[in-house]
Design a protein around this ligand. Sequence first.
Ligand code: NAP
Length: 309
Amino acid sequence: MAITLNTGFKMPIVGLGVWRVEGKEIRDLIINSINIGYRHFDCAADYRNESEVGEALSEAFRTGLVKREDLFITTKLWNSDHGHVIEACKDSLKKLQLDYLDLYLVHFPVATKHTGVGTTDSALDEDGVLDIDTTISLETTWHAMEDLVSLGLVRSIGISNCDIFLTRDCLAYSKVKPAVNQIETHPYFQRDSLVKFCQKHGICVTAHTPLGGAAANIEWFGSVSCLDDPVLKDLAKKYNRTVAQIVLRWGIQRNTFVIPKSSKVERLKENFEVFDFELTKEDMDLIKTVDKKHRTNQPAKLWGMDLYA
Ligand SMILES: NC(=O)c1ccc[n+]([C@@H]2O[C@H](COP(=O)([O-])OP(=O)(O)OC[C@H]3O[C@@H](n4cnc5c(N)ncnc54)[C@H](OP(=O)(O)O)[C@@H]3O)[C@@H](O)[C@H]2O)c1
């Protein structure tokens, strides 16, 4: 199941996110997920496993498991490479062993001190606060992203972690419109206005952290997980599904793409089995009531400052 982006290319609705997957786990994860039916992979230079993803993809192509044109591969420009967009994209392509990307995203709308292409460091200043480069705006970065399309290195370009104002600005100055805004959204952080704004203006929304980050974000950020929510648990019983499947189905029915991460084969299957049932309008409305406006992915805890404040 796929939806056509504003560039005319189709993006599968469910993808596999590979953040926090260790290099040695990647090969089996990618091969298993292709066997299950995944055709969309969400990567990033900052996940520091592009080379291992590239090895796995190359094996999948070499053995005839899948063809390049049947996969949709996303990766992302890290903050420290905003002044080096073309080199950073080429570095990712090399690591991924690809000659084009389906989607290249600006990971965060903020440039930081350059530390060498592809190194993805987040340099902090002497006070332990993220060292932001104030000479590079998202507009400057975006025009370099547009060049990637002209060069044939990337089919679609997009933004990530952008609010309504930044997205509006990007629409205003872009020659190539952003195809996607990848944002955190799940039942505990629904962000209906931002989702509606993007969709109204032809920008598809990819829900990152679509399960609310579950155990991983409890461990990393002390977050609260929507998978433990009593209303969602009751819905899971009602539909004879797991809570994760209810949460992903809700994401799909609000026309967002979902890119859950799991390192477990059973969960990869579970997270992909979300196309054979439908939540009623009443239950979609019920899920609206559980919103806690709770961002579970909190880079502020790593960067000494809250970019969203
Ligand atoms: N653009 C951005 O700034 C940004 C930020 C964050 C994430 N992302 C992207 O979004 C992807 C997903 O985000 P995420 O990994 O942070 O969060 P997530 O997919 O919402 O949740 C991942 C957590 O859920 C667990 N899990 C997966 N399936 C489950 C299931 N069926 N039942 C119970 N638990 C389950 C995983 O554990 P196991 O692995 O043990 O199953 C892991 O602890 C990332 O991999 C990345 O590609 C992008």
